[in-house]
Design a protein around this ligand. Sequence first.
Ligand code: NAD
Length: 381
Amino acid sequence: MAAKKILNVGLVGYGFMGRAHSNAFHKVSHFFPGDHTLALQAICGRDRAKAEAFAAQWGYRGIETDWRKLVERGDIDVIDIASPNDTHEEIALAAAAAGKMVLCEKPLGRNPGESQRMADAVEKAGVANMVWYNYRRIPAVMLAKQVADEGKLGRVFHYRAKFLQDWTISPDLPQGGAGLWRLDASVAGSGVTGDLLAHCIDTAMWLNGPIAEVCAMTETFVKERKHTLTGEVAPVGIDDASAFLARFTNGSLATFEATRYARGHKALYTLEMNGEHGSVFWDLHDLHRLQYFDHRDEGRVRGWRSIHVTDGDQPYMKNWWVPGLQIGYEHSFVHQVADFLAGLSSGQPAEPTFRAGLATDYVCDAVLRSARSRSWEAVPG
Ligand SMILES: NC(=O)c1ccc[n+]([C@@H]2O[C@H](COP(=O)([O-])OP(=O)(O)OC[C@H]3O[C@@H](n4cnc5c(N)ncnc54)[C@H](O)[C@@H]3O)[C@@H](O)[C@H]2O)c1
């Protein structure tokens, strides 16, 4: 048996995504054995004690407190960017220039200019790259993709997506700093558009093709918040809620909505496609199920099927347990790493590459432009 190629990983950021990615790096070669094995070489965080604690807990060999040092190291093959959005471009450009493979959290940049430079940089350097749009890798969502690609829905008329949360309703919540950088526009780039709708848009374009034009409205319900880093009350620059109509290039119509003000909802991501022959519906709170309706079923027994996506012939599931036993959120990251490594072996890069991630950022930008202009905006490209 040929020896596996070892890929040394350097991770930037030990927060929510740092944990999700580290878990995936550990699990991937057990459940999706391939030509590569990952070695967790170093974790980079600015706080030495926290980085050391994370390294000990997650099995990283060493730490860095400056991502530049991490990127310069000769013993790192893959830089994984799991830090806030304002750091993505600089780290990705440096990593690509140093010849490293680059994995980056979404959204790629804070705006399409940053994302464009990132896509150009990895392509110029010829390094493997991928954006962590992990919802594509939930087996039930992948099954929806198979159903759509096989033409089972027929001509698609409608796409509908929403992503609802409720964690920023209190006006006493500050903005900025650890845990709250998402409320600081200078760090996040935008609010729910780049944070939540970016996921909805990525999945939508993957399932249903490019979006041609959008008409949006956004709102910032709490206009001022104390900034954690300065202690001063400052204007809030992010969109708290964002909703838009869209027309896909295939002629179908869509509605998208995201908010952090839907009391009672913590992470309700749902998507639905309605076609001539059938429909699919998926709900993150019931993520192992795909709802599927086929109008061509015999009338007496026609109805929505609630497919428990756990069988070996359903996406990714043969690598897990026995039929009937479901998996969860964290597995989408394992699948994404598995697909990335399989792409290295096959020469067929795993999607979404930075170039594909850029397409989502163009839609987000058109949404924000439309909300400002109060008119329809075309999506470039
Ligand atoms: N794919 C998804 O579903 C998903 C979910 C959550 C977040 N994200 C994305 O992941 C990224 C990180 O989000 P998070 O929720 O993990 O944030 P987080 O606040 O939990 O963690 C961010 C980490 O980055 C570190 N950091 C900040 N600046 C740094 C720097 N200059 N150098 C090194 N480390 C630095 C912080 O100390 C922290 O450890 C964001 O781009 C976010 O949009 C994606």
